[in-house]
Design a protein around this ligand. Structure first.
Ligand SMILES: *Cc1c(COP(=O)(O)O)cnc(C)c1O
Length: 447
């Protein structure tokens, strides 16, 4: 007997599968895969293949497709700009303002007044420039692209002077020396890892110098015997100063907040870099700006025009949805209302308010405790700095905590596992998710 002869039809398997809300085409592919695998695994004389086992394999195939679908999660890690969880969340207000543009046609590259061709840089880029006191601005897909474009457009085949203390790897393989090479510039290192003075730069400036580059140390902090040169000093050297500001704190004095949070410490602002004489500043749209993934390039009109007309700019241009979202974010800053952006709302919510929410959750969950925690900026911002926060903890052994964290993940909650339990930091949780969090924690507590 050859069990391969008795294999069910694909159709029979599909009919018996659980409904995962997946398109039928995918269910058929999952069933076919299960039947094909079964055929490969048996030969003449083997035991017959159980129909139910086949269906189970097909269901598991479908399950793994469903699990990979992009979907919302609750971020209870306390990491505000969590790269793996999509960085800055966007607000409903921001979205409703872009709906009309995204669902229809728009003046993306069109001058309505005379019907001529317009520029996609006229909207969000220009407004963001105004929001930080620069003359002009353009938007590309992310800050890594922004840096690559600026270097390629302004310094190809020439020298770029950088402090040895700033030859960093930002994460996800973005390394300053490699980007430099990729853009066709020649890196000239100056100073030492911990100290770079103005004189270190000036001795390396020559005819071949195109730019002086300053890179924000987004994800690490040097302590002790250190010295860096300010943008103001660098601007006295002559060549254009380019600042990769990374985090995109638009103004270090945070005029959109009632008080400047102390945890911002010495995080540099885009406006301050422009005021100090930087020719060009680049930053991410989805870090401390609180917008969609994008890279913003602001600076003098002549430099921005040169950058925008480089062939690479076409390959990196942002799409209309991103531009519409960023335009709304820029308007929010210009209106002085950026405290309402989800990122700033979460970052500045008071510890007392978080404690009230945590206590309400803890009373619903057996064995849950309210604890003090430390939230962080994350995603290449605020290195080494923490924001006082509040969490709900389920204490337990390492094994229990891992099991509970897995249960929470299965219910779309990503928590932190600490030394003495599972911790849900409320700073990054939207209050409308508190109820779900309480119920999920209740179920997890019995695991
Ligand atoms: C985050 C960061 C980048 C990369 O920006 P993306 O928007 O993630 O591409 C580059 N430089 C600095 C200093 C950064 O902090």
């Amino acid at each position: 007997m050859d069990p391969r002869r008795d294999l069910p039809s694909i159709e029979q398997v599909v009919a018996a599968m659980k409904d995962d809300d997946l398109p039928r085409t995918l269910l058929v592919q999952c069933a076919r895969q299960a039947v094909d695998d079964a055929r490969d695994q048996v030969g003449p004389g083997d035991q017959p293949i159980e129909f139910n086992d086949l269906v189970e394999v097909a269901d598991a195939n479908a399950q793994s497709i469903a699990a990979a679908l992009l979907r919302p999660l609750i971020n209870a890690t306390g990491v505000l700009i969590h790269t793996n969880l999509g960085r800055a969340p966007l607000g409903a207000e921001t979205f409703s303002a872009v709906r009309a543009v995204a669902t229809g046609y728009s003046n993306l590259e069109y001058e309505v007044a005379d019907g001529s061709r317009g520029s996609r840089h006229a909207h969000a880029g220009q407004l963001l420039a105004r929001a930080c006191g620069a003359e002009a601005g353009i938007v590309v897909n992310n800050n890594a692209a922004a840096v690559l474009l600026v270097l390629g457009a302004l310094a190809r085949g020439r020298e770029v002077v950088v402090s040895r203390g700033e030859l960093v790897e930002i994460g996800g393989g973005f390394r300053v020396p490699e980007i430099m090479e990729e853009s066709g510039c020649q890196l000239v290192e100056v100073g030492t890892t911990n100290k770079t003075r103005l004189a270190d730069y000036s001795t390396k400036i020559s005819e071949s110098t195109a730019l002086v580059l300053k890179v924000h140390s987004s994800n690490y902090r040097m302590i002790g015997f250190t010295e860096a040169t300010s943008v103001e000093e660098l601007a006295t050297l002559g060549p254009t100063v380019v600042v990769d500001a990374g985090s995109g704190l638009l103004d270090s004095t945070t005029p959109w907040l009632e008080h400047r949070p102390s945890w911002l410490a010495d995080e540099p602002g885009v406006r301050q870099a422009i005021d100090a004489g930087a020719g060009v500043v680049t930053f991410s749209g989805d870090k401390l700006l609180g917008g969609p993934q994008s890279g913003v390039i602001v600076g003098s009109t002549s430099l921005i025009t040169q950058i925008a007309s480089h062939p690479l700019a076409r390959a990196m241009r942002a799409d209309k949805i991103t531009l519409a979202l960023l335009q709304q974010v820029a308007l929010t800053y210009l209106a002085g209302e950026a405290r309402a952006l989800p990122l700033w709302r979460m970052a500045t919510i008071s510890v007392e308010e978080l404690r009230v929410r945590a206590e309400k959750i803890a009373t619903q969950v057996d064995g849950a405790k309210v604890i003090d925690t430390e939230a962080v900026g994350g995603g290449g911002s605020l290195p080494g700095l923490t924001i006082p926060s509040i969490g709900v903890a389920l204490e337990g052994t390492g094994k229990e905590s891992e099991r509970r964290a897995a249960h929470l993940r299965a219910e779309s909650v990503v928590a932190r596992v600490g030394d003495d339990g599972v911790i849900c930091d409320l700073r990054t949780v939207d209050p409308s998710d508190d109820e779900h969090l309480a119920q999920t924690l209740t179920r997890a507590s019995t695991r």
